[in-house]
Design a protein around this ligand. Structure first.
Ligand SMILES: [Zn+2]
Length: 329
């Protein structure tokens, strides 16, 4: 049933477009493609299929609701409610049925998960509970602290900086509350043309800021933070691709993130690209999967050139590479 075919090499020699079922994904040649796990639930004339890399917390979940006969599409409506976390899962009507991209929340603590599947047909509503297991995986622990130098600044500059950080926080709040229609199609792209993780997703990290005063290193109080994204190796100027179709809702220089691009893909799905050197896209424009949106850099609070890539789904941080082996269409 499942076919993996390499269809063509892109002009960038380090990437190729891979076809998996009905989905085309631009991948770096050194990323190992793995078929996702599948769970199928039958209910009368309908089928609900769940796809996930390994059904582990934090991973992207792809759902399809399919009829045995396409004639049934006309008069039937579906709804999905994720009982375990009390949230409705947004679904999208397609020519073949319905689909959805959602997430197993990273902070999930229960293995046994349940979704309530609601079906509305001929003024009659019926419900079915489906249950499945989600692996409560452990996250990577902190190793060496990350040392980041802060520039020594005056009292006035400090006030300005605080104002700047406050404003940028407001901007982020605003862009993450904008609702737009679902944009994701059957084309996706890995954000780089080379695969090498230098800091894992959801790693518990110790951050140590310091400044240099009169030639001496002055250390701030260290703090711990969860790494809500992945760091991908890259040299300054290496290409960065948009992971899916969407609307550029942020493209500007920010204090922590440096040159920062955020793409809204609809259904509360966002991708973020931090510490860029160049930004090739402007706010309020639409981009396609695989478009070159910028280059790797080390702007903002960064220790060296790399791409920090984040994926957010319904405000949860998602394991950002777990989307690239799903047969999204
Ligand atoms: Zn990072």
């Amino acid at each position: 049933m499942l076919f993996v075919i390499i269809i063509n090499f892109s002009l960038k020699s380090n990437t190729f477009w891979r076809e998996f079922q009905n989905t085309y994904v631009q991948l770096p040649y050194n990323w190992e493609f793995k078929e996702p796990q599948i769970k199928v639930f039958d209910w009368e004339d309908w089928k609900l299929i769940l796809y996930s890399n390994s059904f582990s917390r934090g991973e992207v979940l792809y759902i399809e609701i399919l009829p045995n006969d396409l004639k049934l599409l006309k008069d039937t409506r579906h709804k999905l409610f994720y009982i375990t976390i009390s949230k409705e899962i947004p679904i999208n009507q397609k020519s073949y049925g319905w689909n959805s991209i959602y997430i197993f929340p990273p902070d999930l603590t229960t293995q046994q998960n349940e979704i309530l599947w609601e079906k509305h047909y001929n003024n009659y509503t019926d419900y079915k509970r489906i249950s499945f297991l989600v692996h409560i995986r452990k996250y990577p622990d902190s190793d060496q602290p990350i040392y980041i130098q802060k520039r020594t600044i005056s009292k006035e500059e400090q006030k300005e900086l605080q104002e700047r950080i406050k404003n940028e926080k407001e901007i982020k709040k605003l862009i993450f509350s904008e609702l737009i229609p679902f944009c994701i199609t059957n084309k996706l792209s890995y954000p780089r043309d080379y695969h090498k993780i230098t800091s894992e997703w959801y790693k518990y990290r110790k951050i140590q800021y310091y400044e240099i005063l009169n030639g001496k290193k002055i250390f701030y109080k260290p703090f711990y933070t969860i790494h809500k994204g992945i760091d991908l190796k890259g040299n300054e100027g290496d290409v960065v691709f948009a992971i899916a179709d969407g609307k550029v809702v942020l493209s500007r220089e920010m204090y922590y993130e440096g040159n920062f691009i955020v793409i809204n893909h609809g259904n509360m799905i966002y991708s973020g690209y931090m510490h860029l050197k160049d930004r090739y896209v402007v706010e309020n424009t639409y981009v396609r999967a695989g478009l070159e949106i910028g280059t790797v850099g080390s702007t903002g609070m960064s220790t060296g050139p790399h791409l920090h890539y984040s994926l957010w789904i319904d405000k949860y941080s998602a394991d950002p590479l777990s989307i690239f082996n799903l047969p999204i269409r």
